[in-house]
Design a protein around this ligand. Structure first.
Ligand code: 0X9
Ligand code: ZN
Length: 469
């Protein structure tokens, strides 16, 4: 847990560092995504929350007449090379060029061309948005019978929120009766390690898909990895070869401040204790529950996937395993479920060395992912605060070595949860058995004796909806 001094530093930093629409609903089932770098550009623009949608365009214009036509259409020609012209154009200008009979060879976001966002050089092993999306696409291409990549919806600035699904019999939006589990990363922009861990988990599962333990899990489960819930904030945080300590998304608030805290925007006890209604605050809850397209996309995604039984949302930092409630100090009232939560948290704590506790033991905060997912969807939901343990060990920016060490510590908890997804309520019994059998503890299959789902390739079928709790 953070010391008061650490919390003070974070809080002191937060207001000064807290700055920075095209709302797009969930696409209804997840269509394949292209790497869309979105339209956000520089820090100064994000302050004004303008959207820069200028494009760097290459078009065929072999003679003066066609160059004039292009120029009249609003194309700012910067270079003429051979028979081609290059320059800056708005999307509507591209349409006008085409209407004028000019062949457009390429049109890419201007800032992608000239001001790519990336991590500071020393942290280059971290995946920016384009790299994370590309890795998911690569994994899907490497294992087409198992993996499918798709978008769960658009971010505020129009970026796809990419997902990878691992299911041997259902792809993309297709329903599945296999027990489902979801791993989420980076609700908070600056918590980049929380993108890496689910990404590496996806890669580990794909790379090891033929190993017996992993193969059994993959055959019997419906696994979703959504490593970058807040792509706009995350890209902004690494803009300009330095970090911005940005936490929220990139919503332009009415008072000209920027950002809603996505982990205060979920719709259960929304904007109560531990959430702020001040837009400048780093814990600003937004104008309404699910006002942000990123949280709305997660909501729609989970509502469409009634087979999902477990959710793990990765955050950083402090090395904690948190379970509901977070909005109140009271424990959840469902005794068997609470016993299962505690048992799972304790078992995972033995694997990664983190501290297990009720979320509100850290601090009371309302509107987070796990309270909503548990209360409204009945999904056993955990928050991991990944490494490091403290601000003095690197805080939000622990460097490249933290990626491998943190993944090594957190692989077993992830496999453990995947194994339990068929029936999380069996955790106390399963954990008691594995404790009596030292040496086998932590094996993925040890925790997954009960394999449900149809198990028949190509024959997935829908399941009944979860009731609310
Ligand atoms: O405050 C948060 O959203 C999470 N911590 S972080 O440093 N990553 O911002 C913790 C959320 C835990 N949930 C509650 N305490 N309700
Ligand atoms: Zn966080």
């Amino acid at each position: 847990m953070r010391s008061p001094a650490e919390i003070l530093i974070v809080l002191l930093c937060a207001p000064a560092l807290s700055w920075a629409s095209a709302d797009a609903p969930f696409d209804g089932g997840g269509k394949p995504f292209e790497i869309d770098l979105g339209r956000m550009t520089t820090a100064s623009r994000s302050l004004a929350a303008e959207v820069d949608d200028r494009l760097w365009v290459t078009a065929l214009a072999p003679d003066k007449r066609s160059r004039t036509l292009a120029s009249e259409a609003g194309f700012a020609i910067e270079e003429i090379r051979g028979g081609a012209i290059m320059g800056v154009a708005l999307p509507e200008t591209v349409d006008a060029l085409k209407a004028a009979g000019i062949e457009v060879l390429a049109a890419v976001p201007l800032l992608k061309q000239f001001n790519a966002k990336d991590f500071p050089k020393e942290d280059g092993a971290y995946h920016n948005y384009a790299e994370a999306a590309a890795l998911l696409n690569e994994l899907a291409a490497a294992a087409p019978k198992l993996a499918s990549a798709f978008s769960i919806g658009k971010s505020l600035l129009g970026r796809d929120i990419p997902a990878l699904r691992l299911n041997s019999s259902a792809r993309g939006p297709a329903p599945s009766s296999k027990p489902g589990i979801v791993f989420l990363g980076t609700h908070h922009a600056r918590e980049h390690l929380s993108t890496e861990i689910p990404l590496l988990l996806a890669k580990h599962l794909v790379d090891n898909r033929d190993k017996p333990d992993i193969a059994a899990l993959l055959e019997s489960r419906d696994i979703f990895v959504i490593p970058l819930v807040n792509p706009d904030g995350s890209e902004y945080d690494i803009e300009g070869d330095r970090y911005h300590m940005h936490r929220k998304n990139m919503r332009a608030n009415s008072d000209k401040s920027v950002g809603v805290d996505l982990n205060r925007n979920y719709g259960f006890h929304w904007c109560e204790s531990g959430a702020s209604s001040n837009p400048r605050s780093d814990t600003y809850c937004g104008t309404a529950a699910f006002s942000e397209p990123e949280t709305a996309a997660v909501k729609a995604f989970l509502e469409a996937r009634t087979n999902v039984k477990i959710l793990l949302t990765y955050h950083t930092f402090s090395e904690l395993i948190l379970y509901p409630w977070g909005h109140t100090e009271s424990p959840i009232p469902d005794a068997p479920a609470l016993a299962a939560y505690k048992s799972m948290a304790d078992a995972m704590a033995k694997m990664n060395g983190y501290t297990p506790q009720q979320s509100s033991d850290l601090y009371v905060a309302s509107g987070d992912t796990t309270d909503w997912a548990w209360a409204v969807r009945g999904i056993f939901s955990f928050t991991f605060e990944l490494s490091p343990k403290s601000l003095w060990d690197g805080g939000f920016y622990p460097g490249v070595p933290a990626i491998a060490t943190t993944f090594a510590a957190n692989l077993r908890p992830a496999l453990y949860l995947i194994g339990l997804a068929d029936d999380p309520l069996r955790a106390p019994a399963a954990d008691a058995i594995s404790e009596r059998r030292p040496g086998r503890s932590g094996s993925a299959l040890d925790r997954a004796p009960s394999v449900s789902g149809d198990g028949v390739a190509g024959e997935d079928r829908p399941v009944a909806a979860f009731g609310s709790r």
